[in-house]
Design a protein around this ligand. Structure first.
Ligand code: G3H
Ligand code: 13P
Ligand code: ZN
Length: 420
């Protein structure tokens, strides 16, 4: 029954299982153990995959004695899936298991190849938003679903530590299942070692970043190539970084003077050719965090132009792209925060870059500030409030509105369908 699936690690094969009605968990589990034994799946590796969707399609159908029927069908983008429908003879209900084959990641997550091709050809960029919890993810997804834009959800090492990959993955699976018309990629942000990137490939990420920008040029090429070889073997795309950004995030240390560490276009061409990386993050004067510029903001647009002229079609990535929106900065400062000198990238510069070779724009700080501003506001205006939904809810709503606005800045609203 599983011949087609033999090369794929087993725990990645059983991607989701849905149940209808009141079929008892023990019976489902016994069935899973039965089908898994021949290919030695530990039942506990399957448990997290259960209950990620509901399928009532087969609930009214009768099946023969073995109660199992296999339906092979081909999902979009060539994924082979088997849908197994189980009906217990003594019960009117049934459930189905969807078994994935021929690939390491879940059925509706996509990689970034098509998104970047479309973004490059049509003068827009895809928003890559950092996710750390449910509210942040929901705010982003609601905006994306309303605006019909392609999406990259990115997870940093800090996010993996904070929320744990299984929680983040479950949240993202729900987002993916509920939005089949939206292409969503799951991307590792700032992977620092081969092992970290490998783990993420094995965890089902569709895109990983190896940030070897703190290594020597040759050291960066070596580690990037190692990750590219492994990731490409597993159908996963890779982003690398050349040149250095400024600013400090939890796990990403930047340089003091960003202008001295801009990406050298000649090196970029050599780097791309030698590593075969799929996209490259370039240092063009931005920094991570809320304090990007001390005086007037300025981006090295010529770096994008030079690489774009010599490698047409190659997607570049812009990190440190938050704008530090006035609305949220003011609310934070008004309600007890202290971010008086915060300054971000002007949005017209982002739009300009998006129309050039920049195909992915990373945004985290603006999400953090939207959430923080609203929480501060509720705490200040309603000091007796202690229901987390009453302050996380407004935070989530602020993220939704902010992301909707960003999708206009990036010019990617309405572009979901062409990226599928
Ligand atoms: O570039 C870094 C991102 O903003 C992620 O930050 O490492 O604090 O999660 P983090
Ligand atoms: P910001 O800090 O400007 O949001 O940048 C985020 C980022 O580059 C994540 O990789
Ligand atoms: Zn970054």
């Amino acid at each position: 029954m599983f011949e087609d699936f033999a090369p794929v690690p087993v725990h990645k094969r059983v991607r989701s299982a849905a149940w209808a009605g009141d079929l008892h968990w023990r019976r489902i589990r016994a069935y899973i153990e039965m089908i898994c034994r021949p290919i030695s799946i530990a039942a506990n590796t399957l448990r997290p995959a259960l209950g990620t969707g509901v399928n009532h399609n087969f609930a009214d159908k009768q099946f023969d004695k073995a109660c199992v029927r296999t339906v092979q069908y081909r999902r979009n983008r060539g994924w082979n899936c088997k849908k197994e429908v189980l009906r217990d003879a003594s019960s009117p209900v049934c459930f189905c298991l969807i078994l994935m084959g021929k690939g390491p990641h879940s059925m509706a997550l996509v990689d970034t190849k098509k998104m970047f091709k479309m973004a490059y050809n049509n003068g827009y960029a895809v928003g890559a938003f950092n996710v750390n919890n449910m509210e942040i993810t929901q705010g982003i997804i609601e905006a994306i679903a309303e605006e019909k834009a392609p999406l990259i959800l990115q997870i940093s090492r800090g996010a993996r530590e904070y929320a744990s990959m299984s929680y983040l993955r479950a949240i993202i699976d729900v987002a993916v299942n509920e939005n089949p018309d939206i292409p969503i990629a799951m991307h590792l942000d700032h992977g620092d070692t081969f092992e970290c990137c490998k783990q993420c490939v094995d965890d089902g990420f569709t895109s990983v970043m190896i940030d070897g920008s703190h290594h020597s040029f040759e050291g960066n090429i070596k580690i990037t190539k190692e990750v590219v070889d492994y990731a490409h073997d597993h159908g996963v795309v890779v982003e690398a970084e050349l040149g250095q950004l400024g600013g400090i995030e939890e796990d990403v240390i930047g340089v003091e003077d960003v202008s001295a560490h801009l990406t050298d276009p000649d090196q970029a061409i050599e780097f791309i050719e030698r590593t075969k990386v799929d996209s490259l993050a370039v240092a063009i004067g931005t920094s991570h965090g809320a304090y990007k510029f001390k005086t007037a903001p300025k981006l090295a647009i010529d770096v994008i132009e030079k690489i774009g002229a010599r490698l047409p079609g190659f997607p570049l990535v812009m990190h440190g792209s938050s704008s530090v929106l006035r609305e949220f900065k003011d609310l934070i400062n008004k309600y007890g925060g202290a971010m008086p000198d915060a300054m971000g990238v002007p949005e017209d510069a982002i739009t300009e870059a998006a129309q050039m070779a920049i195909c992915k724009v990373n945004i985290d700080t603006d999400l953090r500030m939207a959430l923080t501003a609203k929480i501060r506001q509720v705490f200040a205006e309603k000091p007796s409030e202690f229901d987390p939904r009453k302050y996380l809810g407004p935070g989530r709503e602020a993220i939704r509105l902010m992301v909707k606005h960003k999708l206009q800045v990036l010019r990617c609203a309405g572009r979901a369908a062409e990226c599928l």
